[in-house]
Structure formats: C-alpha cells, structure tokens
Design a protein around this ligand. Structure first.
Ligand SMILES: *Cc1c(COP(=O)(O)O)cnc(C)c1O
Length: 367
C-alpha cells in the first residue's frame, strides 16, 4: 500500500509524452548518437544564435548567485519586442510553465477549460492538475473550430487555449477569424493564444496579437525561445497580457523560475533578429522541399505554417516508425493524439532532410 494520498484529480492524468531522446535511441538500436537525426520535437536544426550561446556561457561564470527573480532584462527586451510595457510581460521556464501558471491562476475545481481536438497535450494536463472540467471541441477538417469553441464556452468557462499555427497539424487560423472570436468570447474566460510557432508563418498570415492585448484584458499571448530561437534545452518563454492578469500570475510563479543562463541567452537571442531570419528562411525552403517529397510519394499531408509537417503514412505507421528508428531517424508518431495513421516530422537542416528522405523511402518499402 502506498504511504501517501495523492489528490483525486491527479488520477485522470497521463504524463506528457516527449519525443524519443537521441541517447535512448542510440542505446536501444546500437547506433552512434552523433549520427542520429532527431526530427521529433520541432527543435531548431541550425542551433541557437552564436550570440545567445556566448551570453549563456558568460552567465555560467556567475552561476553561484541567484538569478534576478524578476527577470527584468528579459521582460524589458520582450516588452520592446512586443511593443508593450515590462509589467505586461511574464517569463517562464519554457512557455509550458506559463501554460500551467495561467491554469492555476484562473481554474478552480469544476471550472471549465475549453480547447480544440488535436491540441498540445500540456493544455489538458494543466487543466487536469486544477481539477477543472476539460472540454475538447472536435476539429473541422483538422482545423480549430472557433465557432465550436465559442459554443462550448459557457458561464463557468474560465480558460480556453488556442494554438496558432497549431501543433501537430501546422495549420494557421485566419487573423480576422481570431479577432472575431476574441470579440465574442465572454470576458470572464481567459484566452491563451499559444504562438510557439508563429515565427515560421508567412508574413501575411501573422496576427497582431500583442496589440490585441491592449483591447482584450482576457487575452494572454505566449511565445517560446525553444523553437525558432533554438533554446529548447535552456527553457525560456514569455507571456504578454494585461498587467493585472500578469500580476496575479506572478503571485504563484516560482521565484527564480528562469535561470541566469536562460535569461542571458533569451535577451541575446531576441536581439539577434538576423539569425532568426536565417532560421525562418531555411525552414521555409526545407519545408517546401519536404512537402514536395511527400507529394511525390503520394502521401496526404497538411499544408504547414510551422517547422514540422503532419503526414498520413497509413495503417503501418508504427512499423514505419520502427524502421526509421533502426535507420537512426526519430520521428513523432501521433497515436497519442488519436491519429494512429499519422506522423509529425520536424523540418531539419538540408543534410538532415536528405538523410530522412533516403531512410523514409526505404522504410516505406520495407513495411
Ligand atoms: C513546443 C511548444 C511550446 C513551447 O514549449 P516550451 O515549454 O517553451 O519549450 C508551447 N506550445 C506548443 C504548442 C508547442 O508545441
């Protein structure tokens, strides 16, 4: 018998499933870790800005001291970037932490939390932790159904999560449709607009979401340094919202949640927009190359605006995934999203994509 009593709400939780780590794959398949290509977690194939890396290494020298708990430099840099004031910015140990903080800020047991089918699993986890009632709204042709989300938002709904562009589909939402949604959603419901992949979108599809924060006191926009900025291992993200909401979240934010190296790297990364442009241009080009490859193979795919593509590989998805692992390529099967025939494939560097394509052709014929 266990000697503790866990909260009842935790019984429903199944833990987050991350992309298979390189070291684990190397061990299991007897491979050289240096030759493994990981296209499973939407990490940045070009790494991080050299300026960010340098800043992080400098920060290590002062690792004996606590970081600035207020992360002032990061909030200031993010505020300039977003065109808001620093008291409208909160930092997180990755944006995942902010997704959890907002849930703990607004969701009491029994309150409703609404999000779309095929959403990032952290939304459900965060709401379940608060013993909230989770409402998953069916997607329409894989697209987030904003009218459906609205219809599901009742007087007890305190939180709604929307990802743009979405993970794992890569599909974007129309800026006008999103704006219209925000105008209609009850003010008591906080809307989290998770923009983890927004940097990868075509310019004309991007929303002016930071400016929307001025108009909608119930809007929280989250950004991460893990994807386009390449700092996934350092854990850094930020959120922008009305300052009263930020202040409330700050009450429960762990005091030193963003470490010194992450703070230094985040500031340098934001300043190096030239590096970001290189990353985004490479992604756009390589994403098109992968899309053409899937077309050539006759596989269904969704038109992605992110740094990954969702592809229908068919009923043999698990076997194909296994065949890819044996060849040292880690992909993301989407069975846990209720999509057993699909995989999500991160856009790699040119060299990584070449390796992927060669292995994928083989794996499809082996099955
Ligand atoms: C990767 C990702 C994030 C960011 O996670 P971090 O905690 O910042 O690393 C947030 N939302 C979605 C949908 C993601 O895919």
């Amino acid at each position: 018998m266990q000697g503790f009593v866990a909260r009842k709400a935790l019984e429903a939780i199944s833990p987050y499933v991350a992309g298979k780590p390189i070291e684990e794959t190397a061990r299991e398949y007897g491979l050289d870790p240096a030759r493994i290509v990981k296209l499973a977690s939407n990490e940045n194939p070009l790494g991080m800005s050299p300026k960010a890396k340098n800043a992080a290494m400098q920060a290590l020298v002062n690792g004996t001291r606590y970081p600035d708990g207020a992360a002032q430099v990061v909030r200031e840099a993010a505020a300039v970037f977003a065109g808001v004031s620093p008291d409208e910015v909160i930092v997180g140990n990755g944006s995942d932490e902010i997704l959890g903080l907002i849930a703990r800020t607004v969701l009491a047991p029994g309150d409703r939390c609404v999000y779309s089918q095929y959403s990032f699993s952290v939304y459900e986890l965060s709401a379940q932790e608060c013993a909230a009632q989770c409402v998953e709204v069916p997607a329409k042709d894989f697209l987030v159904d904003l009218d459906g989300l609205l219809a599901a938002t009742d007087v007890n709904t305190r939180l709604s999560y929307i990802t743009n562009p979405n993970n794992p589909t890569g599909l974007p939402l129309e800026p006008a449709a999103l704006f219209n949604f925000l105008e209609r959603v009850p003010e008591k419901c906080v809307v989290v607009l998770d923009e983890a992949y927004t940097d990868f979108m075509d310019e004309k599809l991007r929303t002016d979401s930071f400016a929307w924060v001025k108009k909608f006191p119930n809007l929280l926009v989250t950004r991460t340094f893990s994807k386009a900025y390449g700092l996934a291992g350092l854990r850094a993200g930020f959120g922008v919202a009305n300052k009263e909401l930020i202040e409330m979240m700050n009450r429960i934010r762990p005091p030193f949640n963003m470490n010194s190296a992450a703070q230094a790297a985040a500031v340098a990364a934001l300043e190096d927009q030239a590096f970001l442009k290189t990353v985004v241009d490479s992604n756009t080009k390589e994403r098109a190359r992968l899309a053409a490859f899937f077309d050539e193979l006759g596989l269904d795919q969704l038109p992605s605006q992110a740094n990954f593509i969702m592809v229908r590989v068919g009923p043999k998805a698990a076997e194909i995934n296994e065949a890819m692992l044996r060849r040292g390529v880690i992909l993301r099967p989407l069975k846990s999203y209720g999509l057993p025939e699909y995989m999500r494939i991160s856009v790699g560097s040119r060299e990584e994509n070449d390796i992927f394509m060669k292995a994928f052709r083989e794996a499809l014929s082996v099955k």
